[in-house]
Design a protein around this ligand. Structure first.
Ligand SMILES: Nc1ncnc2c1ncn2[C@@H]1O[C@H](COP(=O)(O)OP(=O)(O)OP(=O)(O)O)[C@@H](O)[C@H]1O
Length: 300
């Protein structure tokens, strides 16, 4: 981004851009690294000082929402994903994704830490929220399905059936674009969907960069599909389908900073390449704002 640039979404497209600054890590504190970023949470402005010339005027950037290092996981969820999940429960499609260089906190924000519960991220908070709402709504019936894929080296892998096929393909039907053969699992409660996520995470491609010991080397897409059945004004059952996509991208780092060489550099370049593949998958899967029915094989 250029100095003074505004990274806010166009409200007509319902896109919102938030930025979160994590605290300095233990290693960074040990190495006496300095914070050069300041976050104005009221105004939604981030100022970045030049590390070489800290006296120079900082560069400023504006966002829809700015989270500083003291923000809680719950606050991030409530102000970013909560409204999206609400609309998915009404039959719309929504996507939440984290973007940034390695070690900046994407996985912490999206998944967080299982214990204590306050450290759980957007995805587990969405699980709780969805099943809490479902238990409160008496005049509709819901069926919740989950799928989990990763894009690594330009290939789509099913994280819930990693051994079945290592390269799934995008296909198009009259109802829209879908990943052929991607398994979906019907889930009835928070612990079941959490189990699905944990299972998929074990199959995910991770490695180590100089900036993060456990770095996601692939893009992952966790999708929750909710079929909502209610009785229409004509007395007939009426089905709507909402879809929530939650994406944890591999780091968007500059390769010189990560210590990537040889195979690592090749892999890192592949990550950037597969960003375009991910873009295709997400834009295809979310191309309709209103939920549509996409036929998928259901496994349990
Ligand atoms: N807001 C935060 N508060 C405390 N610790 C954090 C925060 N954000 C990130 N961390 C810690 O910083 C480290 C790196 O974070 P994380 O793994 O989420 O980065 P990432 O952006 O997903 O990296 P990669 O792209 O390499 O996967 C982790 O140890 C994580 O627990």
């Amino acid at each position: 981004m250029e100095d003074g640039e505004v990274a806010t979404g166009d409200s007509r497209d319902n896109v919102r851009v938030m930025i979160r600054c994590r605290p300095l890590s233990k290693d960074e504190r040990t190495n006496e690294q300095k914070t050069i970023v300041s976050m104005d949470t009221e105004m939604g402005i981030v100022s970045v000082k030049s590390p070489e010339n800290p006296e120079a005027a900082p560069r400023t950037f504006a966002f829809d929402q700015v989270y500083d290092q003291n923000v809680t996981q719950k606050y991030v969820y409530d102000t970013s994903a909560r409204p999206i999940v609400e609309s998915v429960l009404d039959g719309y499609n929504g996507t939440v994704f984290a973007y940034g260089q390695t070690g900046t906190g994407k996985t912490f924000t999206m998944e967080g830490v299982p214990e204590p519960p306050e450290l759980r991220g957007v995805i587990p908070n969405a699980f709780n929220h969805i099943f809490e709402q479902i238990s409160l709504i008496a005049d509709r019936q819901f069926m919740v399905r989950a799928s989990f894929l990763e894009i690594y080296n330009e290939k789509i892998r099913d994280l819930l059936e990693p051994k079945k096929m290592d390269h799934l393909e995008l296909h198009e039907s009259p109802q829209g674009v879908y990943v052929q053969g991607l398994s979906t699992v019907v889930v009835k409660c928070v612990s079941e969907i959490d189990h699905v996520m944990q299972r998929g995470k074990l199959a995910r491609t991770v490695g180590e960069t100089a900036m993060n010991h456990e770095s996601s080397r692939s893009h992952s897409l966790f999708t929750i599909t909710i079929d909502i059945v209610e009785i229409g004004p004509d007395g007939e059952p009426f089905v709507r389908v909402g879809k929530l996509n939650m994406v944890d991208l591999a780091g968007s780092e500059r390769q010189s900073k990560t210590g990537a060489t040889g195979d690592r550099l090749k892999e890192a370049n592949n990550i950037n390449l597969s960003l375009s593949a991910l873009g295709n998958v997400i834009s295809a899967l979310t191309s309709s704002k209103k939920g549509i029915h996409i036929p998928t094989a259901t496994a349990s």
